[in-house]
Design a protein around this ligand. Structure first.
Ligand SMILES: [Zn+2]
Length: 243
């Protein structure tokens, strides 16, 4: 009798343990499902990179280097002493935006899209050259000097008013081998804000920006501003006006 009592108690313990183990297993499976769900939900969240420059300068947004407005009405302040980082193809960008650009490109490549910075930082004389070349192009097409200048200014910022001179504007295109331009533009339109970049000259804001839609031109403004600009469908001028 003694023996069978022990045996039945052992069986009872065994069943109890099995129930506990099944419960733990179900809990773990649920947790895994929840975490993968939340991964999906976080896909629109800001991306973390090693150097959190965004944590700096939060005290005074008006003096925030990331939100400097450069356009026709607000020419560049040439006194800025920026540190530049050279990319593998020789283009340069402001060192402070490099970690975000790098992370964005890595993530694009991991999704099979191959971008390249076709134009980053430009000196005043480089901007002047591009501006002159554009005018010459339209003159060659038969436009008068005045018409050519007006048309060129829809596409190329007047020297002294280009974000490329700021080091915070980049023209991003496909590498021309593995990806098409539209793939790069679409990806950037949907995701660039998570890295702190905005589509600076959208189609529906040309009356404010003065520049035609440029799906390749992205400007670093930091993740907080980029997220709001993207979410509200506004341009940088509108964002700063509301500050
Ligand atoms: Zn550009």
């Amino acid at each position: 009798m003694e023996y069978s009592y022990k045996k039945s108690r052992h069986r009872g313990s065994f069943i109890f343990c099995a129930v506990i183990l099944i419960a733990i297993g179900c809990g773990a499976a649920y947790a895994v499902r929840c975490s993968s769900d939340s991964d999906l939900h976080t896909s629109d969240q800001p991306v973390q990179v090693n150097k959190q420059y965004d944590e700096r300068d939060k005290k005074n947004e008006e003096e925030d280097w990331r939100l400097v407005l450069v356009n026709r009405e607000n020419p560049l302040n040439q006194t800025s002493d920026m540190e530049l980082t050279e990319l593998s193809n020789g283009q340069k960008v402001d060192t402070r935006i490099y970690p975000y650009l790098q992370k964005m490109f890595e993530d694009m490549r991991s999704e099979g899209i191959y971008p390249v910075v076709v134009s980053g930082y430009r000196t005043e004389s480089e901007q002047q050259q591009i501006y002159n070349d554009k005018i010459a192009e339209f003159v060659a097409d038969g436009l008068t000097e005045y018409e050519a200048k007006k048309e060129a200014e829809r596409w190329v910022a007047i020297p002294g008013t280009s974000e490329h001179q700021l080091g915070l504007g980049v023209d991003i295109n496909a590498d021309g081998i593995n990806s098409y331009g539209y793939e790069v533009y679409e990806w950037l339109e949907d995701n660039a804000h998570r890295y702190g970049f905005i589509h600076r000259y959208p189609d529906d804001k040309t009356d404010i920006t003065g520049i035609a839609n440029e799906p390749w031109h992205y400007r670093y403004v930091g993740q907080k501003a980029a997220d709001e600009i993207h979410r509200r469908g506004i341009c940088l001028e509108e964002y700063l006006e509301g500050k």
